[in-house]
Design a protein around this ligand. Structure first.
Ligand code: NAP
Length: 666
């Protein structure tokens, strides 16, 4: 099979410096890879065609495409599972890569619809009041960068690695050039081909390089982003390219990591936490034959548990089925290539010189199979190779500690990790470790008897949470929900008048113009309502009877509403006051329209604040303004109304955002 590239809307056969790829378990040839594409034209095509096409859409349109893409890939995923064993991976390993990748696209599709605006500008945070009277305000926004995203991916997750990054750059609105690692590029290519065949992606939005990148990185400029995943060595080489430095090209780096896992002092043999630790450590050592950037490499255990942990791991590792990844009984397949095997054997030789090898076993001789290796490092607190060199295979080292400080010190000796985990039921111990080592980790996973039924696993990065870590882990950050999308956008602070900011945000800002339009806004459909449209209600007087009635009816007889003396003694109140919830209820009574209409439901309240007490016989009136409109389904969208309650002196007494669902048409 030829592993092809896709550039300028066409497939290209391998050219130039080609190389043959081999099935990892058997060593038989799979196909040829190699590229000598015109990367200058690819960048131009991405920027002029892809970028333009993507930026014509808003976040919701791109999110809808991602959703359709996830469905399409899901329908054809078995084609990918057929190729998966060639990489040495079992079906279960493939699930993380293939279903995990598709699942990530789905999460970004959903987050794009729910957490991003139905427009082209992402509003970040609240308005900043920069002047006393409010005529000059500030706001942070994000817009797509006007360059190309170059994704350079590692070999171990050819599908997930491609899809998780693409979801983020695509949703942001940036065209992407994907360069998978050569060793498993045939699986990435198969997935990419399905994406092209879906006809869902706009022209120019994606291109694919199977083989070397040529001079691509030397042609990037200010608006471009490189997102690299791979070894520390390659990352250091690439980020030192003069062109990338001179043009301040954003470089996101996800590198190798010597992740730690701590067994708590409390988690002795027989405890649920001990069993969980053994189960997860076993899975981390054997899943993908240990070729996971998040795999546990350093097992940090209390001295008193050393014998129990080592015996349990050795016994379990002896019983693992290692063999043909096609076989459904197989629990651990092979490494990706014989090269990788040679590299790991070199590293284990070095590790054996410094540490005691306490477990190794027989495995098939052919292909890239390798035994799980378990070491004991007796001098780990003094540093050493176990904290410095990543063996990207089924290799882990046990090291012991006496107290929390020693456990934390061992974690930090890794020089910055993607993830560390703690297995404990002792929340004090967990808190002390987290406080001490969080600065050295991108993610900390804590599991125990309370969370184990639903815990997602030490080694699983999730689209909702940041993936990446400080120091040797690269200092990069991906995913983390919409945070990951922002890497492909420029954050800009905008300063101006409420009117200007309302237009840019497409959300009303207090102080901007309001419109009074007949009929009542609740009788208008989503499409008819315009941002800034406002209703002023009549006054309503709040009597002591109202307050007492509300107190007795609801049971909220808090003294500030019922006892004049006690209320006066309270620093917040002049005497008895109305309940805040009574004000909200009366406000609704003042502005709702009783008749059936386009408003379907009240779905929530945002940023409620009670600003001034309301005493018996005070009057209130309400200003209701259309603040934000967001399409939600095919038939209705969300309208956020900015609501302010005023007293008889025109002072604000309460403020909130009221969320309602409103039909598009009558
Ligand atoms: P690698 O050898 O560093 O290669 C990574 C990527 O860089 C591959 O696509 C490779 O392409 C490309 N590359 C190498 N030299 C290049 C150059 N001069 N110009 C442009 N691209 C170049 O790493 P790997 O062996 O694929 O992956 C294993 C490593 O990745 C491990 O260390 C693992 O910890 C790390 N990893 C990290 C994460 C994370 O999220 N932090 C995830 C997975 C893996 P070719 O294959 O064509 O050489």
């Amino acid at each position: 099979m030829n592993i092809e590239s896709y550039a300028l809307e066409e497939w290209h056969s391998p050219q130039g410096d080609t190389k043959t790829l081999y099935a990892s378990a058997t060593g038989s040839p799979i196909g040829i890879i190699g590229s000598s594409l015109d990367t200058k034209k690819m960048i131009h095509h991405a920027k002029t065609v892809g970028g333009e096409n993507l930026r014509q859409m808003g976040f919701h349109e791109r999110a809808k495409i991602l959703k359709a893409l996830a469905n399409y890939l899901s329908d054809r995923k078995e084609e990918l599972y057929e190729l998966n064993p060639l990489t040495g991976a079992t079906r279960k390993d493939g699930w993380i890569d293939i279903d995990g990748g598709i699942g990530t696209v789905r999460v970004y599709a959903s987050k794009g619809r729910k957490e991003m605006p139905d427009g082209k500008v992402y509003v970040d945070g609240a308005i900043e009041q920069l002047s006393r009277k409010g005529s000059f305000l500030g706001q942070h926004i994000h817009v797509p960068k006007q360059g190309v995203a170059v994704h350079i991916n590692a070999f171990n997750f050819p599908v997930w690695g491609m899809l998780e990054k693409l979801s983020q750059s695509f949703l942001a609105g940036m065209p992407t050039i994907i360069k998978p690692a050569s060793d498993t590029a045939y699986l990435a290519e198969a997935c990419f081909r399905i994406m092209i065949e879906s006809n869902l992606l706009p022209k120019g939005s994606v291109q694919f390089i199977a083989g070397g990148t040529g001079s691509l990185l030397n042609q990037l400029s200010v608006q471009d982003v490189v997102s690299f995943t791979g070894s520390k060595k390659t990352a250091e080489l690439l980020k030192s390219y003069t062109n990338l430095i001179e043009n301040s090209v954003k470089f996101i780096s996800e590198q190798d990591s010597l992740n730690a896992s701590i067994l708590g002092l409390d988690a002795k043999l027989g405890s649920p936490e001990f069993d969980l630790f053994i189960k997860e450590a076993l899975s981390e050592i054997t899943t993908k034959a240990g070729q996971k950037c998040t795999a546990m490499r350093r097992l940090i255990i209390p001295s008193h548990s050393f014998r129990d942990v080592s015996e349990a791991l050795k016994e379990n590792l002896s019983n693992i089925e290692i063999g043909d990844p096609h076989d459904t009984e197989t629990e651990m397949g092979s490494l990706v290539s014989k090269n990788q095997k040679r590299e790991i054997l070199d590293i284990t030789e070095k590790m054996s010189a410094e540490n005691e090898l306490i477990f190794r076993r027989e495995v098939p001789n052919e292909g890239a199979f390798i035994s799980p290796h378990l070491y004991h490092c007796k001098t780990a607190l003094e540093g050493g190779i176990v904290h410095d060199i990543e063996a990207f295979g089924p290799v882990a080292t046990l090291m012991t500690y006496e107290g929390q400080e020693e456990a934390s010190k061992l974690v930090k000796l890794g020089g910055g990790s993607l993830v560390s985990s703690i297995f404990t039921a002792d929340s004090q111990f967990a808190t002390e470790i987290v406080t001490d080592v969080a600065a050295w980790n991108g993610r900390i996973y804590i599991n125990n008897r309370d969370s184990c039924d639903e815990a997602t696993g030490h080694g699983s990065p999730l689209p909702h949470l940041t993936h990446g870590g400080p120091g040797r882990a690269g200092g990069g950050e991906e995913q983390g929900g919409i945070r990951g999308v922002k890497h492909y956008m420029q954050r800009t602070s905008i300063q101006g008048s409420p009117e200007i900011l309302t237009k840019i945000r497409n959300q009303w800002v207090p102080g901007a113009k309001t419109y009074i339009k007949k009929p009542h806004p609740f009788s208008q459909s989503f499409d008819e309502l315009s941002i800034g449209e406002t209703l002023w209600t009549n006054y309503r007087t709040i009597s002591l009877d109202d307050i007492e009635h509300f107190a007795n009816f609801t049971g909220d007889t808090f003294y500030a509403h019922m006892n004049e003396e006690a209320a006066k003694a309270n620093p917040f109140f002049p005497g008895r006051v109305a309940h805040g919830y009574l004000l909200l209820s009366f406000a609704a009574g003042l502005f709702v329209l009783a008749d059936e209409g386009p408003v379907l439901a009240n779905t929530g309240i945002e940023h409620l604040s009670f600003q001034k007490p309301v005493a018996p016989n005070d009057k209130i009136k309400v200003r209701l303004t259309v603040g934000r409109k967001t399409k939600r389904t095919d038939t209705y969208g969300e309208v956020k109304w900015d609501v302010v309650i005023f007293n008889q002196n025109d002072e604000q007494v309460a403020e909130y955002g009221l969320l309602t669902m409103v039909k598009y048409e009558h």
